[in-house]
Design a binder for this molecule. Structure first.
Ligand SMILES: [Ca+2]
Ligand SMILES: [Ca+2]
Length: 557
């Protein structure tokens, strides 16, 4: 049967296209290897220099800098530098710093102990082996250390390792009970991909390096019932930052290549989920085809899409499960950027917590809001602690919300120690202790400052509490009370409930929380699992007193 895996139409030309043809003919995925695995639904995510994740959360490991986990001797670092074609320089922000897949493998015990349940790393595709002269900042060329500029979709970048090492990472993660999320990019290639000079078909890209539309970022037009195809075209076909060659998924050979490539990675490595870049710049018709092919072969594979926008009406449009304009994208879940903004405003800037409750009131727009990936920051945003007004108490409150509210929380590497950093690339600083010669090692308890320990210990406690209490992972979220700066909600699963009370107020508060919706009736004894205070349900509710900017998580005793 001709299908997404058919190779009958692989072009036979030799020469510059041989690399592409080799990729095209790659092996059939191994269905059995991952058939028994669970889908990544309920985890804490992070990005890779050290990721973290679990049934209770996903860990993210970030791009190269962020995640240098190993501590190989300098001799090995020099060897890595030679392999890096001169692109290794810890003194420059947009260069390779030495983080690699072996480093992530070495830190799996750290991530497991932290309590995360899945790892999301930077894209592992082979990126160009020389400076990227086409993308410059302050006049200087950069490297493609971030991984989003593929020159070979079937190879692992030499700075990170190789395919065997990537497979080893997935196997080691699975052995540790962690899942792996692969970052994929179907919208574009890197500017130096060999296809740019010699496209496999005349319609492989939208235009050429010399003549192409520029992406105008009008993402709202994709969902706009008043928009014409002409209006949408520059957003769908335009080259990202006017540099990244935009693949034409309407060319059936392109779409088949991308589908086969995604299947190949899953089959070759056994990964559990795919994080797909820039959803809105690719026709939803293609996402439907792509997700259908992946789910047909791997029913438990989770597809996580990036739709970077604060409007829940727009973001929800891209989640699969229902047809929009006749097309079901099939994308299982999305980053919850709409709640990211009120999370930052409330917990970092001290603005009303009510705004966050108001945002979650829009959950009815989503086919399934319970699986959204919630976050307080990632590699494309400044760090939480760099917001004006950010404090350790605010960071801890944000973590308490993320780990107890609906959704699958993401932990961006370094957030567990309140790492600082402004916008890209400052948000990708090296993790202390991840590199040879570092003055201290924050992977270890004795290498953390008092502030880092406070944030780390709080997050770890929350991760393990989430692992222990099933309602925090899978329970229905029920609001019990909301004020300007306080929010009480229950997570209810069958006859089990957990009641969370957050106060974002700068002064102590006392609140009366009605608990009937949690199934807690008069006389029931309860205990705060973070502060330790005991209580009893009286007159249909619980009297809670909280200090400035603090939280309580109650279970029945
Ligand atoms: Ca490379
Ligand atoms: Ca596009």
């Amino acid at each position: 049967m001709a299908g997404p895996l058919a190779v009958d139409r692989a072009p036979a030309r030799a020469g510059p296209r041989s690399r592409w043809r080799k990729s095209w003919l790659c092996a059939r995925p191994d269905r059995e290897r991952i058939a028994a695995r669970e889908r990544v639904r309920d985890l804490v995510a992070g990005r890779c220099v050290g990721g973290s994740g679990g049934d209770s959360g996903t860990a993210a490991v970030a791009p190269d800098h962020e995640h240098r986990l190993d501590r190989r001797p300098l001799r090995a670092a020099r060897a890595a530098s030679a392999r890096s074609h001169g692109l290794f320089d810890r003194g420059r922000t947009r260069y390779y710093h030495g983080g690699d897949l072996q480093g992530v493998i070495d830190r799996l015990p750290y991530l497991k102990d932290l309590g995360v349940t899945a790892i999301w790393t930077t894209p592992v595709y082979d990126n160009v082996d020389h400076l990227n002269e086409k993308e410059r900042y302050e006049g200087a060329a950069i490297t493609d250390y971030h991984g989003y500029g593929a020159v070979d979709f079937y190879a692992v970048d030499e700075h990170l390792g190789d395919l065997a090492k990537y497979r080893e990472l997935v196997a080691a993660a699975h052995a540790a009970g962690l899942k792996v999320i692969q970052d994929q990019v179907a919208n574009h290639t890197g500017p130096y991909h060999p296809w740019v000079a010699d496209p496999p078909t005349p319609t492989w890209f939208h235009g050429t390096a010399d003549r192409h539309p520029k992406n105008v970022w009008q993402t709202w037009t994709i969902a706009d019932p008043h928009a014409t195809p002409d209006i949408q075209r520059d957003t769908l076909d335009g080259w990202f930052i006017d540099i990244l060659p935009d693949l034409n998924q309407d060319d059936p050979d392109v779409s088949r290549y991308l589908v086969q490539n995604a299947l190949w990675w899953v089959g070759m490595t056994g990964l559990d989920a795919i994080r797909q870049d820039t959803l809105p710049y690719v026709p939803r018709r293609f996402w439907s085809e792509w997700s259908t092919a992946l789910h047909r072969e791997y029913p438990k594979l989770t597809l996580l899409g990036e739709m970077f926008d604060g409007d829940p009406a727009l973001v929800s449009y891209f989640q699969g499960g229902v047809a929009r304009d006749g097309i079901d994208s099939g994308i299982d879940t999305l980053f919850d950027f709409p709640s990211f903004y009120p999370i930052r405003r409330a917990f970092a800037e001290g603005k009303p917590l009510r705004e966050l409750a108001v945002m979650l009131a829009h959950d009815h727009l989503y086919p399934d809001a319970s699986v959204l990936v919630t976050l307080a920051g990632l590699h494309d945003t400044g760090r939480f602690m760099n917001e004006p007004g950010a404090t350790v108490a605010g960071r801890q409150l944000a973590d308490t919300f993320l780990l107890t509210a609906r959704g699958t929380p993401l932990v961006y590497y370094g957030d567990e120690i309140a790492l600082r950093g402004g916008g890209d690339p400052d948000n990708r600083r090296d993790f202390p202790g991840g590199f040879p010669g570092d003055a201290r090692n924050a992977f270890r308890t004795d290498g953390r400052t008092a502030e880092e320990s406070a944030v780390f210990d709080n997050l770890r406690r929350l991760l393990w509490l989430r692992s222990e209490l099933a309602p925090l992972r899978r329970g229905r979220m029920v609001t019990l009370a909301v004020t300007e700066q306080a929010w009480a909600y229950a997570r209810v699963l069958g006859d089990q409930a957990v009641v969370v009370v957050l106060s974002n107020a700068p002064e102590p508060v006392s609140l009366d929380i009605p608990t009937a919706a949690a199934g807690w009736t008069d006389g029931r004894a309860v205990q705060d699992r973070v502060g330790g205070a005991a209580g009893r349900i009286e007159a249909g509710g619980l009297r809670v007193t909280l200090g400035p900017r603090s939280a309580a998580i109650y279970t029945v005793r």
